[in-house]
Design a protein around this ligand. Structure first.
Ligand code: SIN
Length: 347
């Protein structure tokens, strides 16, 4: 994946917004203009998405195509590129804020990861679209304009998601609809604010900078070895633990010392993270084999209320974010040797 800087802008204003393109429907292209489903995500260059979009007064804009993917295919390769580039650019005094164009499908994972690892003191705003760039009435241009506006707000900080006029915290945002233009919400926390008619209204303070940050996480994530393997599964009627035992057997057959061996399991339970008794038995076997197991809920809304005494700890996060939280937890526990030299970030 090459990183291609497109110097499209007037370099004279000292402060600038950096727009990193990663693909998604916002950069999607369809054959028919009224086709909102049968298009290819990640086709239009980020520099072209900026054409005609108003830039907040007094700021320049620089675009960079970091990746060009359908975000269903997101993974450590692009996440590493994003973590490295965003952390590097945040150190540059002239970068006022960063906007990332992203697919909607895994946006909540990228937002959560960036906030947990970087907890930036400047705004890092993810934006997206539900209709491709070629649609009769695309939603991407307005979302992009709103994201630039949020990134230019004095005092704005943290990883944010801007879609359909709402500003979500990177820790709370989740995709809740597969087709509606307003596809995201922030669960019980509610959005941080709104963008209406070129103005931001905040209901809650910006995220605290540095609050979640462990300075060792970034270099560990950027190191080349595979990230800890954490898999997700569901509790459901008839869940008998077969899948868990199959994973354990596979690991045992291949050797538990492999770098890509299973290290964590997130199970999305029913209701308040309850588990089928047969699945629970298999998960306890996994725990006994050294796999870290966390529970969350498969409910679309709400947060697990933990009784605090369960053998399998519960987390108040949606399953995909819980998977990343467990991955970070595993990384934090690594005693590790010296950090690889290519993991060191400089401005
Ligand atoms: C994607 O996530 O890249 C495709 C779907 C979307 O952006 O809405």
């Amino acid at each position: 994946m090459s990183s291609n800087v497109e110097p499209r802008d007037d370099p004279s204003p000292p402060d600038r917004l950096l727009v990193l393109g990663t693909g998604g429907t916002i950069a999607g292209r369809a054959v028919q203009r009224d086709d909102h489903v049968g298009y290819r995500a990640g086709e239009v260059a980020v520099g072209d998405l900026l054409a005609g979009i108003p830039v907040p007064a007094g700021l320049g804009v620089q675009t960079e195509q970091l990746a060009q993917i359908d975000s269903k295919d997101m993974g450590p390769e692009v996440w590493r590129l994003l973590l490295a580039r965003v952390s590097q650019c945040l150190l540059q005094p002239e970068v006022r804020g960063i906007v990332i164009t992203h697919g909607t499908d895994t946006l909540e994972e990228t937002a959560y990861l960036l906030q947990r690892v970087l907890a930036p003191a400047k705004p890092v705003v993810l934006t997206c679209a539900m209709r491709p760039a070629t649609a009769l009435a695309p939603d991407g241009p307005q979302n992009l304009a709103d994201a630039l506006l949020v990134a230019a707000q004095p005092g704005a900080r943290g990883v944010l998601a801007v879609c359909a006029g709402r500003i979500h915290s990177g820790l709370a945002v989740r995709k809740v609809h597969h087709y509606r233009l307003d596809a995201f919400d922030s669960g019980d926390a509610g959005p941080l604010g709104l963008v209406e008619q070129g103005a931001c209204t905040l209901f809650q303070p910006w995220l605290a900078a540095g609050a979640e940050q462990d300075s060792k996480l970034l270099p560990r994530l950027l190191a080349r070895q595979p990230w800890p393997r954490v898999e997700c599964l569901f509790s459901h009627g008839g869940a008998d633990g077969w899948l868990v035992r199959a994973l354990l057997a596979q690991d045992a057959a291949q050797g538990r010392e492999r770098a890509d061996r299973l290290q964590g399991l997130v199970v999305a339970g029913t209701g308040n993270a309850t588990l089928h008794a047969d699945l629970l038995a298999a998960l306890l076997e996994a725990q006994a084999a050294g796999i870290r197991v966390w529970r969350t809920t498969r409910c679309a809304s709400g947060r697990v209320v933990s009784a605090g005494d369960q053998v399998i700890p519960a987390v108040a996060l949606p399953p995909a974010q819980a998977r990343l939280a467990l991955l970070l937890d595993l990384l934090q526990d690594l005693t590790g040797g010296p950090l690889p030299s290519d993991a060191v970030i400089s401005a």
